[in-house]
Every structure is written in C-alpha cells, then in structure tokens.
Write a protein that binds this ligand. Structure first.
Ligand SMILES: NC(=O)c1ccc[n+]([C@@H]2O[C@H](COP(=O)([O-])OP(=O)(O)OC[C@H]3O[C@@H](n4cnc5c(N)ncnc54)[C@H](O)[C@@H]3O)[C@@H](O)[C@H]2O)c1
Length: 284
C-alpha cells in the first residue's frame, strides 16, 4: 500500500468533475487517458457511444467508426460542446477496407494509435436454432466476429508502430452462459473470446495487451429492439431482472468505466481475460 496513485480516489474525483475533468472548485484533475489516441467501433450509440464520450472526457482523442452517420455527427457535436475531441468516420466493420481506413484515419489525424475498443455488434433476433438461416448466421458472424478480427488485424501494426498499446474486444455473457435463441450471436461472442486469447499470447512480449469484456444485460438500443420484438416485453424485462442478481440492467457508463480500465495503464499486468460486467449473473 502507499505506492503509486490512489486510483480509486482519483477515479471518484474525475467522475464527479464531469464534464472533462474540471472540478467546480476550478482545479484541473489528472485525466486518466491524457495524451492517448483511441478508436471505438460502433460508437454512435449504446455502450460504444458512452465509452467514446468517457474516453474524450478523460483526455483521449477518439476516432469513432459506425454505420450510423447521423449518430456519429451528433456524437462529434456532443463531444465538442463539452471540450473533448471525437472524429467520426463512416465504417462498416464487416468491410475490411473500411476498418483499415479507420485505423489509417487515427494515425493521420492524431499521429498514432494507443487503444482500440472493438465494440460494433448486432443481435440475432430470438430464433430456434434449427430455424436460423444461413444468411442470418453469416450476417451476425460477419459483423460481430469478422468485424472484431478486422479491428484487431489492422490495429496491431499501428500499435506496434506506437511501441505498444491495448485492444479491448466486446464479447458477452453469451460466450459463457446460455441466453436462449441466439445461436449465431453466442457463436460470434465465443469466437471473440478465443481470438482475444490468441492475440494476447502472441503479442504479450511486444507491449500489446488484448482483453475482452463480457457484458450482461445492458440498457441500450440493442435490448430495446429485443423488447420490441418480444411477444410479452414486460415479461422479458422481468426475466432479465430475475436472472441478474443485482436486479437491474447495466448502463453504458458502467461498461465505459470497465473498458477504460482495460484500455489504460491501470490494468498493466492484465492480458487475455474476459471481464464479466453482468451484475453477478454468471456467478449464479
Ligand atoms: N446490450 C447488451 O445487453 C449487450 C450485452 C453483451 C454484449 N453486447 C455487445 O455490446 C456491443 C454494443 O452493443 P450495444 O448494446 O451498445 O448496441 P447498440 O445497438 O446500442 O449499439 C451498437 C452500435 O454498433 C453500430 N453498428 C452496427 N453494425 C455495425 C457495423 N456493421 N459497422 C459499424 N458499426 C455498426 C450501430 O450503428 C450502433 O451504433 C455489441 O457488440 C453487443 O453485441 C451488448
């Protein structure tokens, strides 16, 4: 004890100091990502958007790639109004050239890359496994698994040029626990866990750490769409609460804090893990 900064204390202060690290007292606080350049895919909405805004508040210059150009424009404006820097580029993560362009944009615009959050993903509408079409399976795998592969593949050379950095991949509790009716989604998220471990081990001695997060039920557009499609939305919401020991959905901000930890030096001896952020669900 007594060595290094009190990270918990610093984090509490920084959170209270929103927006962008200035306390009401007028004291400039140390920002947790000062000087860093980050990419967030799927950052126009949901937990990606919350994470991109948190990264910008904490001093990072952030490149966001997403297919939602209106959401991207409003994100840029929201960050700018609060004194942060987010640069949006249209990017479909299932298209390799788009992802290569996203990484190139970060290096051209901000000079380097320190971290990438491979977050973009789509749900599989609840479907019995013997009725999942080839097209549905391929689309979910293309965006979730292949998109994460492209993000890792094209970020790695940039991180090596930078002398190191971090990758955070968005998996899911679906990689570990049956959620029901989501075969292609679970397969994609299990694949992301395996890919995360392969990269972590392969680049461990080159100052690149690669980790995943495994969110439980989070209150985002994805789950609002799942509710809209449910025969009985109230019953589905109640089910989500009952399978989560903490009795509620998580928030994008709670995901952002965990991603920030894995992206930053605060997690300097952690690589190859999947961090459950699930209100206790997988522990039951
Ligand atoms: N919501 C949950 O409960 C939950 C739980 C576990 C994991 N996840 C994962 O979290 C990630 C973010 O999901 P969310 O809940 O914030 O969903 P969301 O739908 O709110 O946000 C997803 C974002 O990804 C973008 N996107 C979709 N397809 C894309 C593509 N091909 N290229 C680029 N961007 C694309 C969307 O436009 C959107 O901005 C996903 O990978 C999802 O699988 C979500």
């Amino acid at each position: 004890m007594g060595q290094g900064p009190d990270i918990r204390f610093e984090s509490e202060l920084t959170m209270k100091s929103r927006p962008f690290g200035r306390l009401d007292l007028g004291i400039e606080m140390q920002k947790r990502l000062d000087g860093m350049v980050a990419i967030v895919t799927g950052g126009a909405d949901g937990m990606g958007r919350a994470t991109a805004l948190l990264f910008a508040r904490e001093g990072a210059r952030v490149v966001v790639g997403d297919v939602d150009t209106a959401g991207g424009a409003s994100l840029e404006a929201e960050a700018k109004a609060a004194g942060g820097e987010i640069s949006f580029l249209r990017c479909d993560v299932s298209v390799e050239a788009d992802v290569a362009g996203l990484v190139a944009h970060a290096e051209t615009r901000f000079g380097k890359l320190d971290t990438i959050f491979n977050n973009a993903g789509i749900e599989q509408p609840v479907t019995p496994s013997d009725q999942v079409s080839e097209a549905l399976f391929e689309r979910v795998i293309d965006v979730n698994l292949k998109g994460t592969f492209f993000g890792c593949k094209h970020a790695l050379p940039a991180l090596l040029r930078n002398g190191g950095g971090t990758i955070v991949n968005n998996s899911s509790v679906s990689a570990f626990a049956n959620v029901g009716g989501n075969l292609s989604y679970a397969a994609s998220k299990g694949g992301i866990m395996s890919m995360t471990r392969v990269i972590a081990i392969e680049y461990a001695t080159r100052n690149i750490r690669c980790n995943a997060i495994n969110p439980g039920v989070i209150d985002t557009g994805m789950n609002r769409r799942n509710l809209d499609l449910a025969a009985d939305p109230a019953q589905l919401e109640q089910k989500w609460r009952s399978i989560t020991p903490m009795g509620r959905m998580g928030t994008g901000d709670e995901i952002g804090e965990a991603v920030l930890f894995l992206a930053s030096k605060q997690s300097s001896f952690i690589t190859g893990i999947g961090l459950l952020i699930d209100g206790g669900r997988v522990a039951t």
